[in-house]
Design a protein around this ligand. Structure first.
Ligand SMILES: [Fe+2]
Length: 373
């Protein structure tokens, strides 16, 4: 027997002193070094529970069946109940002179693992105890192995998720790097879009999805030539037509993805320039034909562009930018979205404070925001 088996902690319970003595001798002679005996079943239960709560729980209990005050079946039932949540297999061996099928059934129903009838032979006890302990230790190793595997899978999944998120953030940043003055525009659009989604009653998972997908709204700008994307002055009609292509390029880039995140990002890339009154592009969708995620990101994108500097415009003061958002009620945005935006602004004083006062706007700026955002 290996060391794991011989050091197993065994509790022998029998109200007959001669029996506990005989059993402990047989077990010690077999090599088991940690055998304890108890002739009071109630005390045995106390000792078991105490050990269970400590560092060295019992690995096996041998119990008589007919004992005063607490029967073997009741003792086993109490032990089983106290160890139910552990997940470990605890061998409970009943040793009794009662040969009746009823007694055997009562023990097995209470949770006994095996049943030996008295008078017993030493080899029989050695074999049953060794086999039951082997099962206990094998099952424990299996549980540990499963736990290790689960931990490894969780770590690997988290690592893959991190890598995936990292790649998506870098993809969003790649489009933005070309126009270095936009800074953290894409991430800010993600944050404001999430606040709007939350305000509109989206659940936590959808809100998080929008927070992650929204920064990819302009990923199609990768396909726009420098002379258009980085042009400091107003765009000509031909240049504007080229600029519009970032919507198509972005949605193509994000299409046929296997994740929900990419599907949402694709919808956003395709619809964030549509307008509530139908005057947007690429399809000129009207009202609620525009997916809600597209409407949300349009609000966040336009507002962030207004209050920040661009190569083609100055940053607008907050009050004027908010006036502009109000002015676009039922034009660029639905009234529901405008109300949600105003409520988000009111509920987030930090967001307001972060937006410094800037020189005043111009109508030319407004036009440029529409063409470049
Ligand atoms: Fe855009």
């Amino acid at each position: 027997m290996n060391d794991e088996l011989t050091s197993a902690r065994i509790l022998v319970v029998d109200d007959d002193h001669a029996n506990t003595l005989l059993l402990s001798r047989i077990l010690r002679a077999a090599g088991f070094r940690s055998v304890e005996t108890c002739e009071e079943p109630e005390e045995a239960l106390e000792r078991f529970l105490e050990a269970q709560a400590g560092d060295a729980p019992f690995d096996l209990v041998c119990s008589d069946l007919h004992m005063p005050r607490l029967s073997g079946a009741a003792l086993i039932e109490c032990i089983r109940e106290s160890t139910r949540a552990d997940g470990d297999f605890l061998p409970l061996l009943v040793i009794s002179a009662d040969l009746s099928a009823q007694a055997e059934q009562a023990c097995l129903s209470a949770g006994a693992s095996d049943f030996v009838t008295k008078p017993f032979k030493a080899p029989q006890i050695r074999m049953r105890v060794s086999n039951l302990l082997r099962i206990r230790f094998l099952q424990r190793r299996l549980l540990q192995h499963n736990h290790d595997l689960e931990t490894a899978v969780k770590a690997r999944t988290a690592e893959l998720e991190d890598a995936r998120q990292d790649v998506l953030e870098r993809l969003a940043a790649a489009a933005e790097y070309r126009d270095i003055t936009t800074g953290r525009h894409t991430q800010r659009v993600g944050q404001l879009s999430a606040l709007l989604a939350e305000r509109l009653g989206c659940d936590a998972a959808t809100t998080e999805l929008i927070r992650r997908a929204a920064p990819l709204h302009d990923v199609g700008k990768i396909a726009i030539p420098d002379h258009v994307l980085l042009k400091p002055g107003p765009l000509s009609a031909r240049e504007f037509a080229l600029m519009k292509e970032h919507v198509d390029a972005g949605s193509r880039l994000l299409s046929r993805g296997r994740s929900e995140l990419l599907a949402v990002a694709e919808t956003i890339a395709r619809t964030h320039h549509e307008r509530w009154d139908g005057s947007g592009y690429p399809l000129g969708l009207v009202g609620d034909d525009i997916p809600l995620v597209g409407q949300i990101v349009a609000v966040a994108d336009v507002f962030d562009t207004l209050v920040n500097e661009r190569p083609y415009k100055r940053a607008w003061p907050l009050a004027q930018a908010v006036d502009e958002m109000r002015r676009q009620r039922d034009r660029w945005f639905s009234s529901v979205l405008v109300d949600a935006f105003l409520a988000v602004l009111d509920a987030n004083p930090d967001l307001k404070a972060a937006l410094e006062e800037h020189p005043s706007r111009s109508d030319e700026d407004r036009e440029q925001v529409a063409r470049r955002g």
